[in-house]
Design a protein around this ligand. Structure first.
Ligand code: FVH
Length: 291
């Protein structure tokens, strides 16, 4: 977008922590912004920044061709969409609410039935990161709509189109958040163990951060193994990890902590070993995660 081109108007539905950050970023980038929230009081701070508050979702939708939606969940989105009905015709709905691929496909079908273009999105940022260098959003769905509004989406951070299947952004979002939740669960267990021996969390934070950072450098190698099916390792085998896990369960039990975190991992390692994969790396376990 050239410096002199007018910025398209954007309406933001949902002014929770994230919706407020999104609306504020659009305002700062020079877009005319209309905002709506179920509890009207939340429009106040954005109105003070220059946004136009709308009393009804339908009024906000009427104000802009691009409608960005960020609500608690896709059940709420569906409820709000149902109140709008045919008033979304001709609009682009960019729904950045966390949800499932199936919900995204259903909302895209609903939008198509009502004459709107639909983009689903997964926000890879927390509110204070929005518009900063590390924030980006996965999008999927109507490619023409994405290309039309890509310069506007740049106000939020990076914009990564993952495909025309509306469910793809949610798949990417959920995959990355799965990695995050796995990390958090591990970190919480680490703090819990340290606390049983009066090691303060602050004392563990530095080494834990360094260690997790070092381990993250292996993700690319794991990806190559998973895509090629070649899991033989010169780093750390199924056999050695299988031998180590009982040390964790024994220690956690002895310290009065639950061992539930380790049980699924132990079960996967046992199955991999029984299937003859003791010399493979942990990437092999991906093959055992089917239901
Ligand atoms: N906050 C974060 O760090 C994450 C980062 C990644 C993306 N997530 C997802 O973004 C969605 C919104 O999250 P949020 O943090 O803004 O959530 P809240 O501050 O709790 O705001 C929720 C808004 O949803 C409105 N709302 C709830 N139910 C309904 C409904 N039935 N009809 C209409 N609006 C509804 C709520 O309105 P109100 O309670 O203020 O009246 C808020 O505007 C979410 O999917 C995250 O997973 C955020």
């Amino acid at each position: 977008m050239s410096a002199s081109a007018p910025r398209p108007a954007v309406s933001v539905l949902g002014l929770g922590l994230m919706g407020t950050a999104l609306a504020s970023a659009f305002l700062k980038a020079g877009h005319p912004v209309t905002v709506w929230n179920r509890s009207h009081a939340k429009t106040g701070p954005l109105a003070a920044q220059g946004a136009t508050p709308a009393a009804k979702a339908a009024d906000a939708v009427a104000a802009s061709d691009l409608v960005v939606v960020c609500l608690l969940d896709n059940g709420s989105v569906r409820e709000v969409f149902e109140t709008l009905g045919g008033r979304v015709a001709g609009k682009t709905l960019a729904n950045l609410t966390n949800g499932t691929p199936q919900q995204a496909r259903e909302l895209a079908a609903w939008a198509a039935e009502h004459g709107a273009r639909y983009l689903d999105g997964g926000i890879m940022a927390v509110p204070h990161m929005i518009a900063g260098p590390h924030a980006y959003v996965f999008y999927s769905g109507d490619q023409e709509a994405f290309e039309t509004y890509e310069p506007a989406f740049a106000a939020l951070g990076g914009a990564r189109f993952t495909g025309t299947d509306p469910g793809f952004a949610a798949v990417h979002d959920l995959a990355l958040l799965t990695g995050m939740y796995g990390m958090y669960m591990g970190v919480l267990q680490a703090f819990a163990l340290a606390r049983t021996e009066n090691i303060p969390a602050a004392g563990l934070a530095g080494p834990l951060t360094e260690w997790i950072g070092a381990m993250l450098t292996g993700i690319g190698q794991d990806a190559e193994a998973i895509d090629s099916g070649e899991h033989l390792t010169d780093v750390s085998s199924i056999a050695v990890n299988r031998a180590a896990i009982p040390n964790f369960t024994a220690t956690f039990r002895a310290q009065g902590l639950t061992t539930a975190f380790f049980e699924p991992l132990q079960e996967l390692l046992d199955r991999a070993a029984e299937d003859g994969h003791e010399a493979d790396g942990l990437s092999r376990l991906v093959d055992l995660l089917g239901t």
